[in-house]
Ligand binder design. Sequence first.
Ligand SMILES: *Cc1c(COP(=O)(O)O)cnc(C)c1O
Ligand SMILES: [Zn+2]
Length: 378
Amino acid sequence: MKLRCPICGRTYEKPVQRCSCGEPVEFELFEGEPYIGKGVWERFWDFWPVEPVLEFSLGEGDTPLVKSRLGGEFGVRLYLKNETVNPTWSFKDRGTFLAMSYALKAGYKTVGTVSTGNMAASVSAYASRFGLKAKILVSESAGDEKLKAVSVYGGEVIRVLGDYGRLYFESLKLGEKLGVYFMNSDNPFRIEGYKGIAFEIAEELTPDYVLIPTSSGGLFRGVAKGFLELYENGLIDGLPKLIAVQAEGCSPICRAFKEGKAKIERFENPKTIAKAIANPYPPSGNAVLKLLREFGWGCVSVSDNEIRKAQEMLAREGLFVQPASATGIAALEKLDLPEGVKVVSILTGSGLRTLKDAPAGEITECPLETLKDCLRST
Ligand SMILES: *Cc1c(COP(=O)(O)O)cnc(C)c1O
Ligand SMILES: [Zn+2]
């Protein structure tokens, strides 16, 4: 098991989570070949850093790739990778399952994470599934409704009073001391689990572009590593162009990218309806920035209005996603891609988790006596 820092190049034989330079570490590229099999974990068996504990899988991954008619509006061939159908409604389950497999095999009894949204629910659910305890650290301001969706699975929700921004590093430090395995946003095993998205896409088609909603940068790094491994193993002929998509109200990576900076800076006063991608100081920000530059990829930010519109367009096609997950479609409008290219947008999580922010539909009232008329009118 060898880990490497993508920024300074230092390597580690032990399963550390961060490099001594402060940046994330990642597993070196895996070599292997795909097999015939039912699940993504089995088909890409050679590519995981730890043996997936299949008996505890909840069926994460192997999500549908849906051809979208919205492509016609933008002059491209558009496919939607529907991650909302994962067991706890977001792609986080892929990373959680793999990180949990590691935690179990390494002998941990308790795991943890820092999140109030999708990742919190995912870790709470999988910890119970694996028979482990979960400590979910949430911010002072986290709403009760969101927390209910976490605690229902059995994880212990701990409201931390104080600077939420410091929690990421503080939790890793204390977790190491106390034997609690924290699987935060860009945990190395999470990144590996997210590779499955790239593998599954490549099994169906060879995209020219992939649009990736980006917050901490974990998902982006995972999808990038997945395609890189396919390429290095001779399984695809070229790399797609990956586009990181952020919300204008919290776009530290896009800003640093545009300004030509080598490092991201904290985004002050973040404000967006896309709560799931509102990390003002992404722990994998510099690693994503490096990938964007190295491969000539791109970063696009979209406004809340554009996000709302995209969310509604997707819902009108039968796919109800949360605001963060509609950003890829919002970005399509801005990107002005060449006619006819193949684009995959990753629908990262379900709209049912953010019902309050959903676009309101119209409701018709009808007395039973006149129901006939109501049904006839068009
Ligand atoms: C976590 C999440 C993202 C962003 O993933 P990162 O790994 O933090 O960049 C995007 N959309 C949804 C719905 C998420 O839950
Ligand atoms: Zn380093």
